[in-house]
Design a protein around this ligand. Structure first.
Ligand code: ADP
Ligand code: MG
Length: 355
C-alpha cells in the first residue's frame, strides 16, 4: 500500500489530473473526480493559406468531404502515432484548455497520463510527451495502450495470471498478452476500422459502380457490418454517385454483402490474434481459458466479432464494457493509487521528466 503523502494530497486537491486517450480516430479526456469530459473525433480543419485551425473535433469531422478548396481536414495521428506534430499539439491544447475552462477557480497546469501504442519507437514516444507538454501539461506520463485498455476493462494485469486484450481502433489493431504487470507478447496490425471503411467503399464501387464517401462507409459498417452471420440479416439504402452515369443513385445494400466486404480484414485480425497466441507459454494459455480474451476499442463493436473469434481461436472472447472508453478510463485509473500504479508508466530514454 502507498503511504499517505500530505503534499501530494494537497496538490491533488488544487490541480487537475487528467488521462488522455490520443487515438487515431477519437481523443478522450478523463478528468480525475469527473470522468470522461471530452470524447471527440481526432480531426482538425485548417485554412490552407494561414495554416490556422478552423475547427477541432466533432465540428471538424462534420466538415470532412465537404470542405472548400482552401480548407483541409486532417487527422493528426496515423496508425496510432503522431504524424502531424503541430496539429496534434493544437488539438491537445484545445481539449486541455476546454477542461481548464470548465473549472470555476483558476488551476495550475494539469498532470497528464497519455496512452501510446505498445512497441512504438523512442522518437514517437518523445513526440507524444512533447506534444502534451507543449499543450500545457505540468507533467506528462506515458502509458502503453494495451495496459491502459486492460486496466479500463478491469483485467487482473497485476496478478501472475495472464490476460489478453485485442484493441481495435481506427488505424491499428493492437493485440497484447499481459502477465505480472508487463506485456508478454504483442502484435500491432495496420488493419482496423479505417481499413474496413475502405473495404466497403471498394466493394460498392466494384459491385454497383457506386461511389460513396468515408463517412457513409463508416455508417454502413456500424449498422450492417458483421463478422458472423446475424440472427436477422438487415438492409439499408445507400446514397452515392454512379461512376458510369455520373448521376446520384440509391442502392439497397444488405448485411450479408457487407460481411463479405469485410471478410478479408476480419480474417487478418483473427489470424493476428492466433499468431500472438502461438507465441505464449502454455501456462498463460491455461489462464486465458478461464479469463477469455477481451476486445476493446471501437472495432470491438463490430457485430459478431466476439463470436467469430470465440469459434476460431477456441477461447471465449468478450467485449469490454464500453470498449470505446477503456483506454481513457485506464489512463485515469493511474491516479487512484499513483505510488503503486506508476510502475506501469513508460520512461523516456533521456532528458524527459517522465516518472
Ligand atoms: P482509436 O483508438 O484509433 O481512436 P477507437 O477505439 O476510438 O479508435 O475506435 C474507432 C473505430 O471504431 C472507428 O474505425 C469506428 O468506425 C469504429 N467503430 C465505432 N463504433 C463501431 C461499431 N458499432 N461497429 C463497428 N465499428 C465501430
Ligand atoms: Mg485506441
Amino acid at each position: 500500500m502507498a503511504f499517505f503523502n500530505p503534499i501530494n494530497w494537497l496538490l491533488g486537491l488544487f490541480s487537475l489530473d487528467i488521462g488522455i486517450d490520443l487515438g487515431t480516430a477519437n481523443t478522450l479526456v478523463n478528468v480525475r473526480g469527473k470522468g470522461i469530459v471530452i470524447n471527440e473525433p481526432s480531426w482538425v480543419t485548417i485554412d490552407k493559406r494561414s495554416r490556422r485551425p478552423l475547427a477541432i473535433g466533432m465540428a471538424a469531422k462534420e466538415m470532412v468531404g465537404r470542405t472548400p478548396k482552401n480548407v483541409i481536414a486532417v487527422r493528426p495521428l496515423h496508425d496510432g502515432v503522431i504524424s502531424e506534430f503541430d496539429i496534434t499539439q493544437i488539438m491537445l491544447e484545445y481539449f486541455i484548455g476546454r477542461v481548464h475552462e470548465q473549472s470555476v477557480v483558476p488551476l495550475p497546469k494539469p498532470r497528464v497520463v497519455i496512452g501510446i501504442p505498445a512497441g512504438v519507437t523512442e522518437v514517437e514516444k518523445r513526440a507524444v510527451y512533447d506534444a502534451a507538454m507543449a499543450a500545457g501539461a505540468r507533467q506528462a506520463f506515458l502509458l502503453e495502450e494495451p495496459i491502459a485498455a486492460a486496466l479500463g476493462a478491469g483485467l487482473p494485469i497485476g496478478e501472475t495470471r495472464g490476460s489478453m486484450v485485442v484493441d481495435i481502433g481506427g488505424g491499428t489493431t493492437e493485440v497484447a498478452v499481459m502477465s505480472m504487470s508487463g506485456v508478454v507478447a504483442s502484435r500491432s496490425l495496420r488493419v482496423a476500422g479505417d481499413e474496413m471503411d475502405q473495404d466497403i467503399i471498394q466493394y460498392l464501387r466494384n459491385k454497383y459502380n457506386l461511389l460513396i464517401g468515408q463517412g457513409i462507409a463508416e455508417k454502413i459498417k456500424m449498422v450492417l457490418g458483421s463478422a458472423f452471420p446475424l440472427e436477422k440479416e438487415k438492409t439499408m439504402e445507400v446514397r452515392g454517385r454512379n461512376l458510369v452515369t455520373g448521376l446520384p443513385e440509391t442502392v439497397e445494400v444488405s448485411s450479408i454483402e457487407i460481411r463479405e466486404a469485410l471478410a478479408n480484414s476480419v480474417q487478418v485480425i483473427v489470424d493476428t490474434v492466433r499468431d500472438a497466441l502461438d507465441e505464449i507459454p502454455p501456462a498463460i494459455i491455461g489462464d486465458l481459458m478461464d479469463l477469455g480474451v477481451c476486445l476493446a476499442g471501437g472495432g470491438a463493436l463490430l457485430q459478431g466479432l466476439d463470436r467469430r473469434l470465440t469459434e476460431d481461436i477456441r477461447l471465449r472472447t468478450w467485449v469490454a464494457e464500453d470498449p470505446l472508453t477503456c483506454v481513457a478510463r485506464g489512463t485515469g485509473m493511474i491516479y487512484e493509487d499513483f505510488e503503486d500504479l506508476s510502475s506501469y508508466l513508460v520512461g523516456l530514454e533521456r532528458g524527459g521528466r517522465n516518472a
